[in-house]
Structure formats: structure tokens, C-alpha cells
Ligand binder design. Structure first.
Ligand SMILES: Nc1ncnc2c1ncn2[C@@H]1O[C@H](COP(=O)(O)OP(=O)(O)OP(=O)(O)O)[C@@H](O)[C@H]1O
Ligand SMILES: [Mg+2]
Length: 243
């Protein structure tokens, strides 16, 4: 898989993707004939109304939802026909996922939550600790490594989730409203951390957001409408996104 990933200049190539959730009597189409092409090193913001399918899209690209229809290549690897465990391996090794609901593990300390991707890769304790320290400082959680998620504020949990997504320097970062719970200053710090990681490692970033300021750091912005993505001009989105 590594060979594929190094050779590919395309981070995400999604063609004619459709996705439905089953309800009692009928399926509900959430994603409809969606296309998306993201180059290595590119940052793309995705905006759209609540419920328009932004998280669903990230879940498909990140391999959390099995692909129902269409073709998706992520870092040169086709998602079509991958088993659950192959999708998990792709996500674990090469993707940093900042979940909208954080998804921290309550029984692990802050330090162990953040370093989990390294532990899963077999990195030893001393190296994990060494990598952890500067990142804890960068997300403003210096000295909080021994705390457990249940004593953290929403914004602190969000910063742990962000550190965990970045610690293994992934080639693709999927960030679902990564600054939604942060005050303006913390939000800006986190955004520059994301920007720095992406430019240092030529990683790609998909940034789902309701904020024009956040969308402003992207190379381009797409808007999710009727289950599909269209290019959007941030300057035309009228001051603030009203959703
Ligand atoms: N696992 C699921 N089962 C059934 N329906 C789902 C599931 N996940 C999402 N949905 C539905 O799909 C639609 C799109 O949800 P999604 O979470 O992708 O929206 P979103 O654009 O991320 O919204 P928000 O901005 O509020 O986070 C919603 O109507 C939601 O109820
Ligand atoms: Mg969402």
C-alpha cells in the first residue's frame, strides 16, 4: 500500500458517488452522483447546510462508511471492494480523522488518546512520549496528558481529537468542523497548526466548516447542495454562512 501512496499525486478522486441510509420503509439518498478531485498538498473547504451530507462524505472517504455506489480512490488506493479491515488499515496508517463528535476513548488518558495512532503502528513508549510533548504544547494542553476525557471541556476535547489526528503526520487529514467548539483565538491557533502540518508534509486537507474564516485558509471551497458538490466563492457566501 505504501508504494501506491508515495506514487500518487492525487489525494482523493471520487466519481459518481451516491450514498443512501435505509429507513423503515424507504432509503434516503444523502449523497447523489458526487464528484471530488483533490491533489496532494491541496486544502479544500466543504461548506453546506446542516444535514446536507458533509460528515457522511468524510465518513465515506475515510472508510468509516462502506462505499455503496461510485468509485473512490484515496491516496492512490481504490476503496471499491475493500474489506472493513482494509479500510481501517488505510485510515489508521495514512488518514488523520478529526471527528465532529471527537470520539475520544474515555478509558484512556489524554496522552494515550493522542498517541494511539503511534501505538497502533508499534512505536515504542519513549518515542511516543517524545512526539507527544511538542504537540500537547501546540494544542495548548501542556501538562494535561494524565487527565481523562471526562474532565475536559468541549474545546479541550476537540484539541485532543486534533492532536490525535495529526500525531502520525498523515498524508490526508479529514477535519469535521475542527474549530466548532473553540473560541476565536484557540480556533486560529488550531487552524495554523493544521496549515503548518499540511504544508510541512505536503498533506491534503478536507476542512468541513460552517465558518467563512476557516474556509478562508483553503485553496478552494466546495458547497454541498442536493447531495453533490459544486465550487463556491467564499466571497459570494455573504459575510457569514447562515446555517
Ligand atoms: N448512520 C446514519 N443512519 C441514518 N441516517 C443518517 C446516518 N448518518 C447520517 N444520517 C442522515 O444523513 C443526513 C446527513 O447527515 P450528515 O451528518 O452527513 O450531515 P452534515 O452535513 O454533516 O450536517 P451538520 O452540519 O449538522 O454536521 C442527515 O439527515 C442525517 O440524519
Ligand atoms: Mg456533520
Amino acid at each position: 500500500m505504501n508504494q501506491y501512496i508515495e506514487q500518487s499525486n492525487i489525494a482523493v478522486d471520487a466519481k459518481n458517488v451516491s450514498h443512501a441510509y435505509n429507513r423503515a420503509t424507504q432509503a434516503r439518498n444523502i449523497v447523489t452522483d458526487l464528484n471530488l478531485h483533490i491533489e496532494k498538498g491541496e486544502t479544500v473547504a466543504v461548506v453546506g447546510r446542516s444535514g446536507s451530507g458533509k460528515s457522511t462524505l468524510l465518513n465515506i472517504i475515510g472508510g468509516l462508511e462502506p462505499l455503496q455506489q461510485g468509485e473512490v480512490h484515496v491516496l492512490g488506493k481504490s476503496l471499491n471492494g475493500l474489506t472493513d479491515s482494509q479500510r481501517t488499515a488505510l485510515r489508521r496508517d495514512h488518514i488523520g480523522f478529526i471527528y465532529q463528535a471527537f470520539n475520544l476513548i474515555p478509558t484512556l488518558s489524554v496522552a494515550d488518546n493522542i498517541t494511539l495512532p503511534l501505538a497502533l503502528k508499534g512505536v515504542n513508549t519513549a518515542q511516543r512520549q517524545q512526539t507527544l510533548e511538542p504537540l500537547l504544547e501546540a494544542v495548548g494542553l501542556d501538562g494535561r496528558g494524565d487527565d481523562y476525557p471526562d474532565v475536559l471541556s468541549g474545546g479541550e476535547q476537540q484539541r485532543v481529537a486534533i492532536a490525535r489526528a495529526l500525531i502520525h503526520k498523515p498524508a490526508l487529514v479529514l477535519a469535521d468542523e475542527p474549530t466548532g467548539n473553540l473560541d476565536a483565538q484557540s480556533g486560529r491557533q488550531i487552524l495554523s497548526l493544521l496549515e503548518n502540518l499540511v504544508s510541512e508534509h505536503n498533506s491534503s486537507l478536507i476542512l468541513v466548516t460552517h465558518s467563512l474564516e476557516v474556509a478562508g485558509i483553503a485553496d478552494r471551497t466546495m458547497i454541498m447542495t442536493n447531495g453533490s458538490l459544486e465550487p463556491a466563492q467564499v466571497s459570494h457566501l455573504n459575510g457569514t454562512l447562515a446555517w
